[in-house]
Design a protein around this ligand. Structure first.
Ligand SMILES: [Zn+2]
Length: 253
């Protein structure tokens, strides 16, 4: 590390659980962030600030005025710009040492190839097709998937590592076997979301990513964290694997 890097990451290096070695791990890490929105904003900000060496950003939208209520990575003058490009500039201002690679929208056709180039994937997307594609790609490529979701005043967070312990740890599809009917889906565009909820859940997602990269603490894999913003309460429930899951079900070796 250069003297500048030692100073930049001094508060990490002070932590016994991180230290210089942990910081080196972060500098060498490659994380794919899918969705540069309300969740992606704190995820990208904290991972870039932490010195995660390579960040992939996937999003097909442009910044709109109605995004700015929660998507804190962007500024008013970014309205109309491609989110991936605006995110790249924001990250460069925060930490110029981070390499940012932009990717198109994730589909079943491109997911595995993109995911293969990263150590870990974190997603805060608003559609099920991308989530299922990422889930299958992460199982195939054996990469942890940190998944966050928000709606109204609530949020959910989980880490999926079914490839590590098939039949013991669940995958995303064990939790959501089929796409819910359209009218049952909580959709931020239709139902609204308090901006700070995306900040809470995105920051928690960044925390779980850093834990997985550093190999510290207790992984969230196998559990689901549920945040009730109005009640100011967190709940954690066990997440069992689905024995009939079409995506992850494999007989243990
Ligand atoms: Zn599964």
């Amino acid at each position: 590390m250069t003297p500048e890097e030692r100073e930049r990451y001094a508060r990490h290096i002070l932590l016994r659980e991180v230290g210089g070695q942990g910081q080196q791990k972060l500098l060498a890490a490659r994380v794919l962030v899918v969705g540069a929105g309300g969740l992606g904003s704190p995820i990208l900000s904290y991972l870039a600030a932490a010195g995660v060496g390579t960040l992939g950003v996937s999003d097909s939208d442009a910044v709109s005025l109605s995004n700015l209520q929660r998507q804190t990575l962007f500024r008013t003058e970014d309205v109309g710009r491609e989110k991936t490009e605006a995110a790249k500039d924001a990250i460069a201002r925060l930490n110029p040492h981070v390499t940012v690679t932009t990717h198109p929208q994730i589909t079943d056709d491109n997911a595995a190839e993109i995911v293969a180039a990263y150590d870990l994937v974190v997603e805060g997307v608003d559609n099920f097709a991308a989530r299922y594609a990422l889930n299958r790609a992460c199982i195939k490529e054996k990469k942890p998937l940190v998944s966050a979701a928000v709606g109204r005043f609530e949020g959910q967070l989980a880490t999926f590592k079914s490839f590590e312990q098939p039949g013991v740890l669940p995958c995303y599809r064990c939790l959501v076997p089929e796409e819910p009917p359209r009218d049952e889906q909580v959709n931020c565009a239709e139902e609204g979301v308090l901006g700070a909820v995306t900040g809470v859940m995105g920051t928690l997602a960044a925390m779980e990513v850093l834990k997985e990269l550093l190999g510290v603490g207790e992984s969230l894999a196998g559990r689901l964290m549920i945040y009730d913003g109005l009640g100011a309460a967190f709940r954690i429930v066990k997440l069992p694997p689905d024995p009939h899951c079409p995506d992850c079900r494999k007989l243990p070796e």
